[in-house]
Write a protein of this length. Structure first.
Ligand code: IPM
Ligand code: MG
Length: 370
């Protein structure tokens, strides 16, 4: 039996608790049926934490997350907290945990499962077999830059300010994650910026180009402007292997890439810190989708993005690639059997609830492990 792996669950708001519950079920299955044992704890984040103690992320929860080997997060936010001041909003809790754990590299794969080709809004030939990864810088850029705020000018008009800022060190460390990932895949990296209008983009491009020339000559490196990249993603997404980009562009382009696969409900993500000398790295895994307040609590949400985020955890934090593959295979087979949550429902398929999808997965995992 492998040593206990400390797994912290932060279900959050909206559909978060429902989808994390199904991922927990898979984690417990892993504990019973495979050589893995997880010590699972839970905490509050987002609006749920704000309601409980007036802050979207308490210091205690943050400390527990830092002490865990990996964190699995559901989603944060909802209209209930619309009037809450900016620094206490649910989203502020998510930004804070990313920042405080220094999770600078956000990996967002967009993979089309073949049974879902028809669920994409793009033509099947454009998306079948699609397998790309966006590496998004996650703790810098305009979401964190200073100065920021809303001020009132002497003439009474108000001014909102945010600052896009990147240092060479910040660009360097995320770029290396992109290159290393490309080396393990098809060795193609497309770095995305707006160097035509932003100095931070000029610097981004220079640093990435230099790292490519010096340290990753085997990787075919290209550069693209962010607006063009958005267009290319819907025109011909299979031209990409790994896309490397900043926080803002990565936020936007990853929603776009996610939708190519048919549903935001399918897309996992990993947010990683720098490895320490022992090779351990802070890590938080979460579905790309949000808290979907409109369907929260109704057992309708698709838990697959969260389950696949747990699979990414096995691969990146626990070196359990085989078990990660098992989960991914179970997802593929459940979909091939026509089991669908509402978001990916197609004519002639069987519609199931969040729980129903979790149960179907366990049945398939049992079969695969038999
Ligand atoms: C995401 C989300 C978050 C972000 C929000 C909820 C703060 O959109 O993870 O992409 O902007 O990063
Ligand atoms: Mg987003």
């Amino acid at each position: 039996m492998a040593a206990n792996k400390k797994l912290m669950l932060l279900p959050g708001d909206g559909i978060g608790p429902e989808v994390v519950r199904e991922a927990r079920r898979v984690a417990e299955w892993m504990g019973k049926r495979r050589r893995a044992s997880f010590e699972i704890t839970e905490g509050l984040i987002g609006g749920a934490a704000f309601d409980a103690h007036g802050s979207p992320l308490s210091d205690e929860t943050l400390a527990a997350a830092k002490a865990a080997d990996a964190v699995l997060l559901g989603a944060v936010g909802g209209p209930k907290w619309n009037e809450v001041p900016y620094e206490k909003r649910p989203e502020a809790g998510l930004l804070r945990i990313r920042k405080e754990m220094d999770l600078f590299a956000n990996l967002r794969p967009a993979l089309v499962f073949s049974p879902l080709v028809g669920a994409s809004s793009l033509k099947p030939e454009l998306v079948s077999g699609l397998d790309i990864v966006i590496v998004r810088e996650l703790v810098g850029g305009i979401y964190f830059g200073r100065p920021r705020g809303i001020e009132t000018l002497p003439d009474g008009t108000r001014r909102g300010v945010n600052t896009q800022v990147y240092t060479t060190r910040e660009i360097d460390r995320v770029a290396r994650v992109g290159f290393e990932l490309a080396m393990k895949r098809h060795r193609r990296l497309c770095s995305v910026d707006k160097a035509n209008v932003m100095e931070s983009g000029v610097l981004w491009r220079e640093v990435v180009q230099q790292i490519g020339e010096d340290d990753f000559p085997e990787v075919e490196l290209g550069h693209m402007y962010a607006d063009n990249c958005a267009m290319q993603l819907v025109r011909n997404p299979k031209q990409f292997d790994v896309i490397l980009t900043d926080n803002l562009f990565g936020d936007i382009l990853s929603d776009c890439a996610a939708m190519l696969t048919g549903s935001l409900g399918m897309l996992p993500s990993a947010s990683l810190g720098a490895p320490d000398p022992a090779g351990r790295r802070a890590a938080l895994y979460e579905p790309v989708h949000g808290s979907a307040p409109d369907i929260a609590g109704r057992d309708l949400a698709n838990p697959l993005a969260t389950v696949l985020s747990f699979a990414m955890m096995l691969r990146y934090s626990f070196d359990m690639a085989e078990d990660a593959g098992l989960i991914e295979a179970a997802v593929e087979r459940v979909l091939a059997r026509g089991v669908r949550t509402a978001d990916i429902m197609q004519p002639g398929m069987t519609k199931v609830s969040t729980r129903g999808m979790g149960e179907a997965l366990i049945v398939e995992l049992d079969r695969l492990a038999a």
